[in-house]
Design a protein. Structure first.
Ligand code: ZN
Ligand code: ZN
Length: 219
């Protein structure tokens, strides 16, 4: 399966090492740490969000800022990266379609090992030379922090099922003729008042008299 066939929104399997791109703002060179366990450095930087960071209903807009506060530490097995990534995700309220934004603070804690072959865990991240690629890690962490059902507010009233206005913007909104929208079409079936007479003993649209024999019904 080539990269072009992979759906863009599917998280990349970390173990299938994609080549770390030095130019990616989420790839960090750890050469300066050396391989002496205990050496440590911190990175505080703001980088642009990669494309497709999110889920269908909400995500971090490509190019919007991600504030990284990281600690890179040489350990016996490789490099341990810990810290936080702060960003803003934007989506739509699932009830009323208003824009919703959510501040995300993802905790990062990832061990990048020197040599994947020595690890049984298939989910392990691997150092590529001296490079750590935080993008797959960030993807997994951010997706877990995103609301699957974003709401503009907890008790959003949604949209009027008849006319579609946003109910929170129109307190007390109602229609005089509270007709079930599925039956509303019947109200325009014909406009001859004479036809609105109901036979004695019948009521409502369910048993409205049908058209007379031979009469053409036009809708
Ligand atoms: Zn809403
Ligand atoms: Zn309405």
């Amino acid at each position: 399966m080539s990269a072009s066939q992979r759906p863009a929104d599917r998280p990349v399997d970390r173990h299938v090492a994609r080549p770390a791109d030095r130019r990616s703002p989420l790839v960090f060179d750890t050469r300066a740490l050396g391989r002496r366990a205990g050496a440590m450095t911190t990175v505080t930087t703001t980088v642009p969000a990669p494309a497709g960071l999110g889920i269908e209903v909400i995500g971090v807009p490509e190019g919007s800022p991600i504030e990284l506060d990281l600690r890179l530490e040489a350990v016996v097995e490789g490099v341990l990266v810990t810290g936080t990534a702060r960003m803003r995700a934007v989506g739509e309220c699932v009830r009323c379609l208003t824009e919703v934004s959510v501040d995300i603070e993802a905790d990062i804690q990832e061990l990048f090992v020197h040599d994947a072959a020595s690890e049984d865990d298939e989910e392990v991240s691997v150092l590529q030379g001296d490079l750590v690629d935080l993008e797959p890690v960030l993807r997994d962490d951010v997706v877990l922090d995103l609301p699957f059902q974003p709401l503009c507010r907890e008790d959003c009233a949604g949209l009027c099922p008849v006319c579609g206005v946003r109910l929170d913007d129109h307190p007390g909104h109602h229609h005089d003729d509270e007709v079930d929208p599925r039956w509303a079409a019947l109200g325009t079936w014909d406009d001859d008042p004479a036809d609105d007479r109901v036979e004695p003993g019948t009521a409502g649209p369910y048993n409205r008299p049908g058209p007379a024999q031979g009469e053409e019904v036009s809708r």
